[in-house]
Design a binder for this molecule. Structure first.
Ligand code: SF4
Ligand SMILES: [Zn+2]
Length: 328
């Protein structure tokens, strides 16, 4: 393998993940890639982290350099699951040269792989080939395709996120993934732009129901305000508030299946937050719940006595949507 010295991924860290009632040691890696071909979602800054103008061979070298760095930094026996992100879609051949998929499969053979991609890059042939490389019989499902569906509502996905695909596209991709022997993980975005807190909660509850029939794993991502995004533009002008942690608890309590949730930026201005006093305990509790699936913990957190709960209830009752014209 060519080693391009000096390259390393955008980020990587060790942690734990719940999988089939088990806790697995997990390595998460965000590779710097050729970048997202869509690059237009209103809340996304990951798309800015990319190599531009590289030939396919040079891009492959850089990716291989990052992989060499990971292999050097983390002992293989220390983790069983690996979550792979890029600055876009792992299975987009223009963003991640197919030869690199072969390298990844060889490097992480025997691991349980979760790899993020947009639905249009989920092809049976690509997945079957990748699974052929990764699968050593350790896992019944050795690969999960993780897709950022965000919401099952096409109008919200189009107007509030600008995601560029429909629920039907996700469902078709989930079908192709399953046919190839892969599992499906859905990422749902809690409270994109232009929704009230109440509308966002209702949308998340419906989305969880709708997606359960297509995805094997569901993860809820509470929206955070990333830099250099359209979302940040509105947030700076007071036109967006990240979700309340109370709302997250309520959704987790009511969800018909176990939903994992890592409230990134939790308790901070740009992330999901309450009043500042109760935030730490709730963020920690939500992270614990993702691992232990203990609904009683969520109930106990909802019982925390903090003055901001009244504020949240008021927001749910009184916040009204802004009207947007349907025509120009
Ligand atoms: S959220 Fe995903 S699809 Fe949308 S611009 Fe960012 S990387 Fe691309
Ligand atoms: Zn509080």
């Amino acid at each position: 393998m060519i080693s391009y010295t000096g390259e390393k991924p955008l980020a990587s860290w060790r942690g734990q993940e719940r999988y089939e009632n088990d806790l697995l040691d997990c390595l998460t890696v965000i590779f710097k890639s050729g970048g997202c071909a869509w690059s237009a979602c209103r809340m996304c800054s990951y798309r800015h982290e990319r190599y531009s103008g590289l030939s396919c061979d040079t891009l492959l070298d850089r990716l291989r350099g990052q992989l060499a760095w990971i292999i050097d930094q983390y002992k293989s026996e220390d983790y069983r699951m690996i979550k792979i992100f890029t600055s876009g879609s792992f299975f987009d051949p223009d963003e991640v040269p197919p030869a690199f998929l072969t390298d990844i499969a060889a490097a992480f053979r025997g691991k349980l792989v979760i790899a993020e991609t947009r639905p249009e890059y989920v092809t049976r042939q690509t997945l079957e080939q990748f699974i052929g490389g990764i699968d050593d019989g350790s896992w019944e499902i050795p690969l999960y395709c993780a897709m950022g569906l965000e919401t099952s509502n096409d109008l919200i996905r189009e107007k509030s996120i600008n995601k560029g695909f429909r629920f039907a596209d996700f469902a078709d991709a989930a079908h192709r993934a399953h046919a190839a022997g892969a599992g499906v993980k859905a990422y749902l975005l809690f409270k994109p732009l232009f929704l009230t807190e109440g509308e966002a909660m209702a949308d998340m509850q419906t989305s969880i129901q709708d997606v359960s029939g297509h995805a094997d794993l569901i993860s809820m991502n509470p929206c955070t305000v990333q830099r250099n995004t359209e979302l940040e533009f509105y947030w700076k002008r007071g036109a967006y508030r990240p979700p309340y942690l109370w709302s997250i608890l309520k959704i987790l309590e009511n969800a018909p299946v176990h939903i994992t949730c890592d409230p990134l930026g939790g308790g901070q201005k740009r992330g999901p937050h309450n009043c500042g006093k109760c935030d730490y305990d709730i963020v920690k509790g939500v992270r614990d719940y993702s691992l232990n699936a203990d609904r009683d913990l969520i109930g106990a957190l909802l019982d925390i006595d903090c003055g901001c709960r009244k504020e949240w209830e008021y927001v749910l009752a009184e916040e009204r949507p802004y009207c947007m014209p349907l025509t120009r």
